[in-house]
Each structure stands twice: as C-alpha cells, then as structure tokens.
Design a protein. Structure first.
Length: 401
C-alpha cells in the first residue's frame, strides 16, 4: 500500500477521532452547564410544596391572633409567601434569570400545568386567589368555616400538594433521562473511537492504541462527575433530595426483609428567612453549609445518611435504629448545631442559629410506604415548631427531649 494512501487514511481517521473527541467534550460540557439549571428547577419546584404548607399554617394562625400587631405580622408573612409562590410559578413556566430558570417547559410538564386532571397552573392560581381573598377578610370575620380558609387548608393537604409532588418528580425524571441519554451518546462515541483506533493500530500505527485508553479514562471521569453532580447538593456537599429518595427506598426494602427498625429525622433551621433578610443570601448559603457539615460530621455509622431535603430543611436516615436511639441521635444533632454558635440576631428564641427537629420511627412492612414515615416525621417537626422551636419531638408520643 502506497505511503500517500496510508497518510490519507491516517489523516481521515485522525480527523474522525478529533471530531468524536470534540463531540464528547461538548456533551460533557453541556451536562455540566445544565446541572445548575436542573438543580434550580428542582429546588424551586420543591420549594413550592414547602410554601403551600407554610401558607396553610399562616392562614390557620390568623384565627388565633392575640392582638392587632400579631395579626398584621401574620398577614404580611402570608402575603410574602403568596408572592413567592406566584414568582416561583412564573419562573418555572416563563423563565427567570435571577433564579436560573430557563422556562419553556417540556410538553410533559406543560400537560401537568395546563391539562386535566391535574391542571396545576389553575390550582396554583386558585390557591393564591383564595389567599388574596383571605387577606382581604377583616379579622373579626375569620372563622373555621371561612370558605377561603377551608379551601387553603384542604388544597395544601390534598390535590395541590399531590400535584406539586408530581411536578417535582417529573422534573427529576427529566433530569435523569437527560443524563442517561448523554451517557448513551458517550458509549456510542467510545465504541466508534475504539473501532477507528483499532483500525489505525492494525493497519497504520500501533501507537494509536494508547489513545483509546486516554479517551476512555477521560469519559469515565466525566461520567463519575455526572453521577456526583446528580447525587449531591452543590451548595452543601451532602446528598440531595434525589439521593435521599433512592436511599430511603432501598433501606425500606432491606429493613422490611430483615424486620428491623428504621428511623427518620427531619430538621429545619429556625427563622431562616429572617437570617437571610438580616445577613444576606451569601451568608445564608454559608450558614446552610456549616449546618450540613456539622450534621454530616455528627453521624459515625456508614449506613446513616444526611441529605438536604429542601431549602433550609435537612433529613437524616437511620437504618436499624429504634425510637429511643433515634431520639438520642436527634438531640445530639440539635446540640451540635447549637454549639456552632452561628450568630442569629433576628431569631425569636435565641441569639444564635437553632434547629427544630422531628423524629419518626417505624418497622417497615410490605403494606407500608416510605411516604408514611416522612409524613410522621414532618408532623413531629411541625409540633416542634409549634412548641417553641429548638426542640426535638417524636411522632408517636411527642416526647420533648
């Protein structure tokens, strides 16, 4: 075979390899660039759930105001929550550069928002409309039978909550599908690169074989980076909500088979909104990082998991742990955060950052679901907040440690 022909084939193969390498780099770069966007979408959509619960709580508190000043404060807080719900809703649908939301949702997401039976867009508009109507009601006319209050409380625990959860899961599924698709493309590129390199190795230059190892190693590292980005919270460095859901599901199955205890701890930073308002969002992010690090360092068993559940809320999964042991761990976690002595001048209960803690323990069975223990821990957390915050409460007995 002539040298000129060999050179042409070599250059052609080299050009194809370069094209594939550039394509692989572009795919990985695109994934890394869009990770923040996916994280923002999932965080904002998850925050909608928390805001709906907060709106219901504030609405019910309007019935029990002791004076006009307290009523005005609650009304202002409820108005802020309503505004956040509306802003987040607009951002998810139309885009918001501040919140890093691109808008232009997929047809599947649009179906949840605009098509029956979910019609989430209409549900959110109706929900905020009832909040507006409730805010316009004079305090002396507010009763448990107020139609606006009844709708808000019912929606926050029923259809609206389920619709918001469905939207969050769809956003998470789209992110996972996007990563899987890119991983498939990476595999195809690796296979094509291998074939070209083998051709050159056997018919042109054997040293080209080394290139396949370099490319494979690069793509493997990028895949590892993608798995890390999709499993860990970028701000705090601990597990994110997706990792939490997967780990809880796996431990639920394992403890069901073994008939052992499973405990869940939910922690929420007290008056964190006021902290952000006082010190700024950059300080708020640093506070979240400090709290997450302290929680993670306080767990010494390899099977325990701490995750950022959403916003300023964290979750801890304790496999093979009964309620007595879980309460001890929860109190230790609460104390660790207290011992950080992070200044919090706007807190209503202390001059440093504190957390409220809810604990739930269960013996999983084939007839129960992880969502049940999450709901129980959430109720215990709500009780801890109602009882003055900076407390640990257990779902069954509401035992205050």
């Amino acid at each position: 075979m002539k040298l000129g022909s060999l050179t042409k084939k070599y250059l052609l193969a080299l050009a194809l390899i370069a094209t594939l390498s550039i394509t692989a780099f572009c795919i990985v770069y695109q994934v890394i660039q869009t990770q923040d966007t996916y994280a923002s979408i999932i965080n904002v959509s998850g925050r909608q759930r928390m805001l709906s619960q907060k709106a219901a709580l504030l609405s019910s508190q309007l019935l029990h105001c002791k004076n006009d000043t307290e009523e005005m404060q609650i009304r202002n807080q409820l108005y802020e929550v309503k505004s956040l719900i509306e802003a987040s809703h607009r951002g998810l649908l139309l885009g918001d550069p501040v919140m890093k939301l691109p808008g232009d949702p997929s047809p599947e997401v649009q179906a949840i928002y605009y098509d029956p039976p979910v019609s989430l867009d209409q549900q959110i508009r109706t929900f905020t409309g009832h909040i507006d109507s409730l805010l316009n009601e004079p305090g002396q006319k507010l009763t448990l039978n107020n139609p606006h209050l009844v709708y808000i409380l019912t929606a926050a625990k029923g259809d609206l909550l389920q619709a918001l959860d469905k939207a969050v899961k769809l956003y998470e599924a789209e992110a996972q599908n996007h990563i899987k698709m890119l991983q498939i493309l990476e595999v195809i590129i690796v296979c094509l690169t291998l074939l070209l390199l083998l051709f050159e190795a056997f018919f042109i230059f054997r040293p080209m074989i080394r290139h396949v190892y370099k490319e494979t190693s690069l793509l493997r590292n990028h895949n590892h980076q993608l798995r890390v980005l999709s499993s860990f919270d970028s701000l705090t460095g601990i597990a994110n909500r997706r990792s939490f859901d997967e780990y809880l599901a796996n431990e639920w199955k394992r403890t069901t088979r073994n008939s052992t205890w499973l405990s869940l701890i939910l922690l929420d930073i007290d008056f964190f909104k006021y902290y952000n308002d006082t010190y700024g969002h950059q300080a708020g992010d640093h506070c979240l990082y400090q709290v997450a690090t302290a929680l993670n360092n306080s767990l010494h068993r390899s099977g325990d998991l701490v995750a950022r559940y959403g916003g300023e809320e964290f979750a801890v999964i304790l496999p093979d742990t009964d309620s007595r042991e879980a309460l001890i761990v929860a109190e230790n976690l609460r104390t660790e955060i207290e011992n950080l002595n992070i200044p919090h001048a706007s807190s209503a209960i202390a001059n440093y950052v504190t957390v409220s803690v809810g604990v739930a323990s269960t013996l999983p069975t084939q007839h129960s679901t992880p969502e049940e223990v999450i709901a129980e821990a959430d109720q215990a957390l709500y009780k801890a907040k109602q009882s003055g915050r900076n407390k640990v409460m257990h779902y069954v007995k509401y035992f205050n440690t």
